[in-house]
Design a protein around this ligand. Structure first.
Ligand SMILES: Nc1ncnc2c1ncn2[C@@H]1O[C@H](COP(=O)(O)OP(=O)(O)OP(=O)(O)O)[C@@H](O)[C@H]1O
Ligand SMILES: [Mg+2]
Length: 376
């Protein structure tokens, strides 16, 4: 009997499968599968119980092989019903092909995701094999927990600006006549700033959902990184910041760069904003040629400041969402998005300590020229 998985022969802890099969070296070993695999023959006797199944169920393959499915794997659904009795794989309608994935319980309350396929030699014939897939629930629970945390944090972040908007508008509407023009202006300015905060937060959340689902689109165009850096610095000095706060160093010969200009702007904007808001002193921005992680040619941008820097023990966390180190922090999404954008371009980003003590962020982007240019 050969068990085929994506065209490969599954052998290993499936003694019946190794008969006449090309052997583990030529085929796929059942123990190599990331998920638990249990196979029972036409009589419900277990003929295969791989390593992942043993790990998930804490039953040793030697103890399971040769036993009946329902005694080796006494699964129950969340209402306490015996799953094998309820699903009756060998009885029931001859058109049934299996069971969709369900969350079931093993003795002792351990949760496991189970799906099954009923193999018949001919359509409508008796079930000759039941193939059961087992998956641990830990990974799924982890993502569920992280989603729940995300929703809780987002709700919290949205609530404070909205509370202020509601408070000020309600006060103004109720007591309009009692305030001076200056007081009214101050309240409206606060409402305006809070509305901006909500808008920005929502834009950031949309970016995060694109990054997390791998849907972040990169529309590559030639980008002049040095000009982009100068533009960002100019917008700070126009807004009243002293020009001495910034130092720009651009290497002479930079390789070409094809990247998404809006997203490059977002990266530079976030890093400069952080250097100004969380750092101190002169912000130095260096643009140089670089080798990317795949040893390809590319551009590197380093943003350093002279502020307190990022403590060594927090460096691993700065790129995670909602991490913020200081009270002056925003929502803690900026660097998560920056990393998502750089990754989507095939680049890298690292954090370290600047020569003069502050934080230093360095990102590299590969040339990224479209295929029709490189093949010419
Ligand atoms: N240049 C820097 N110097 C010191 N600390 C920094 C610097 N850049 C970032 N940090 C720390 O890293 C944290 C996370 O930065 P991140 O940009 O992700 O979020 P944020 O700036 O707090 O909020 P926002 O979502 O508005 O960008 C900051 O809160 C800050 O504590
Ligand atoms: Mg930031």
């Amino acid at each position: 009997m050969n068990i085929r998985t994506s065209g490969s022969t599954v052998a290993g802890t499936c003694p019946a499968a190794s008969k006449g099969s090309p052997g583990p070296a030529a085929g796929l070993h059942a123990d190599d599968l990331p998920d638990g695999l249990v196979v029972a023959d036409a009589t419900g006797r277990i003929t295969c119980f791989n390593a992942a199944a043993a790990r998930i169920t804490a039953v040793r393959p030697g103890d399971a092989l040769g036993r009946q499915l329902e005694s080796a794997l006494p699964l129950e659904d969340l209402d306490g019903r015996r799953w094998w009795a309820v699903t009756d794989p060998y009885g029931g309608l001859a058109t049934r092909t299996g069971q969709p994935e369900r969350n079931l319980l093993l003795p002792g309350g351990r949760q496991v995701l189970v799906s099954a396929r009923y193999v018949r030699e001919r359509p409508g014939g008796p079930v000759t094999r039941v193939v059961v897939q087992l998956r641990g629930t830990e990974a799924r629970r982890r993502t569920e927990r992280s989603h729940a945390e995300l929703i809780a944090t987002v709700a919290h972040e949205l609530r404070s600006p909205l509370t202020s908007v509601k408070g000020f508008t309600a006060t103004l509407l109720a007591k309009w006549e009692r305030f001076t023009d200056d007081q009214k202006r101050l309240m409206l300015e606060t409402v305006d700033a809070d509305a901006d905060r909500v808008t920005r937060l929502i834009a950031e959340l949309l970016d995060i959902s694109r990054i997390d689902s791998g849907r972040l689109e990169v529309r590559r165009q030639p980008v002049d990184m040095a000009a982009a850096v100068r533009r960002h610095v100019a917008s700070y000095t126009r807004a009243g910041m002293r020009p001495e706060r910034f130092e720009i160093k651009v290497a002479d010969a930079l390789p070409p760069l094809w990247a998404d200009p809006d997203k490059v702007d977002q990266v530079l904007g976030n890093l400069l904003e952080n250097a100004v808001r969380h750092g101190e002193g002169v912000v130095t921005i260096e643009v140089t040629p670089a080798l990317t992680k795949a040893h390809a040619e590319g551009t590197a941008v380093t943003v350093s400041d002279e502020g307190p820097g990022i403590p060594e023990e927090s460096m691993a966390r700065v790129f995670t969402r909602f991490w913020r180190g200081s009270k002056r922090g925003g929502t803690g999404l900026g660097l998560y998005i920056v990393k998502g954008i750089v990754d989507a371009h095939g680049g890298t980003i690292t954090v370290g300590r600047a020569a003069r003590g502050g934080a230093q962020f360095r990102f590299t982007l590969p040339v990224g020229a479209p295929a029709f240019l490189t093949q010419a």
